[in-house]
Design a protein around this ligand. Structure first.
Ligand code: UDP
Ligand code: MG
Length: 319
């Protein structure tokens, strides 16, 4: 590969990597090859999200070969959302594309995203998955359930949406000022509004390795996705409380009446059932409030979203 003077890039591509050492080389051949025909000055920002394999040394080698590539390394695994925001903060392009570092977001789609942006009437071009789910049956079911719940609670349509997007500089500038710690990138991009359009794509197979999300991470992302955009679950809690009140009021009247008329009350079953129902309703409600409080706690601590431990030398510093 030739060393190219980067200048001011028009296009930036942000790629998060977590333990992808085996195929970063292939990914970083395919992506520049897809952009070169567009004849736009570009840069690629690679974020190593605390990989424990050889990803960082691979990224460094690639950076030395090609001045259009830059790499940032996190001090530990902070999650893909944090990696994307680090990339956005570093990107200098007029348009920034975020995409996965495993070629599941096909590089050929970049040209379509850029062509749509170049028409000049949109600020965000979303790449939407044509067939929404490409995981195992369990993952698909969980995703469908999550998207349905998310749509019901927040009113946002997320099915098929992905982190594969082109964002205009205006949008990136706004995103960079958003200080929330717990990030749900897709949701936040949706929340921003702006003029947008979409192109559809088919999710490709992973280039190698396996999905890096643990069940815990996915659950946390799903919870963040909901709690960051709506307080509806808290209102559900209040609604449940009212429902129980409505049921218990006649029961209370009946109990009182029986007491006053000195009838023997053999309501053991009723008491136990009520206790169980109320007990679980109260615990669930407390749990929901707890989730929101944890979120507030995280935001109040105001810790940085990620810590950078190393960066590749800048393009200007090299020949
Ligand atoms: N990734 C990351 N940090 C993580 C998990 C994943 O940077 O904690 C990166 C990963 O290397 C890949 C992208 O995010 O480039 C998408 O991850 P993955 O393919 O595991 O997710 P899936 O395709 O299953 O949604
Ligand atoms: Mg993937």
């Amino acid at each position: 590969m030739n060393v190219v003077n980067p200048g001011q890039p028009i296009l930036s591509v942000v790629l998060p990597f977590y333990n992808e050492a085996d195929h970063v080389g292939r990914v970083l051949t395919a992506i520049p090859a897809a952009i070169e025909p567009l004849q736009l000055p570009f840069e690629i920002i690679m974020v190593d999200d605390g990989s424990t394999d050889g990803t960082w040394s691979e990224l460094q080698t690639l950076c030395h070969r090609d001045a259009r590539l830059q790499a940032v390394r996190f001090s530990r695994n902070f999650g893909k959302e944090a990696a994307l925001s680090a990339g956005l903060a570093k990107a200098r392009g007029q348009a920034v594309i975020t995409m996965d570092g495993d070629l599941q977001h096909p590089p050929e789609v970049i040209a379509r995203l850029v062509a749509r942006w170049q028409r000049g009437d949109v600020d965000i071009v979303d790449a939407v998955k044509r067939h929404a789910n490409r995981g195992g049956p369990l993952k698909n079911l969980a995703a469908t359930l999550f998207y349905t719940l998310h749509r019901r609670l927040t009113g946002m349509e997320m099915n098929g949406s992905s982190d594969f997007k082109l964002l205009d500089r205006r949008v990136v500038s706004v995103l960079n000022t958003m200080g929330e710690r717990r990030l749900f990138f897709r949701g936040l991009c949706d929340w921003l509004g702006f003029r947008r359009d979409l192109v559809t794509f088919d999710v490709a197979d992973r280039v190698g390795g396996r999905s890096k999300w643990s069940l815990k991470q996915l659950l946390r992302l799903a919870l963040n996705g909901i709690t960051a955009f709506t307080s509806a679950p808290l209102h559900v809690t209040t609604g449940l409380g009212c429902l129980f009140l409505a049921f218990s009021a006649p029961l209370a009247v009946q109990t009182l009446y029986m007491k006053l008329t000195a009838q023997a009350v053999s309501g053991f079953t009723t008491v136990i059932l009520l206790l169980l129902m109320l007990g679980s309703a109260i615990l669930i409600s407390l749990g929901i409030i707890g989730i929101y409080i944890a979120q507030i706690f995280d935001e109040v601590k105001a810790r940085p979203r990620y810590l950078v431990s190393e960066q590749s030398e800048t393009g200007e510093g090299r020949s």
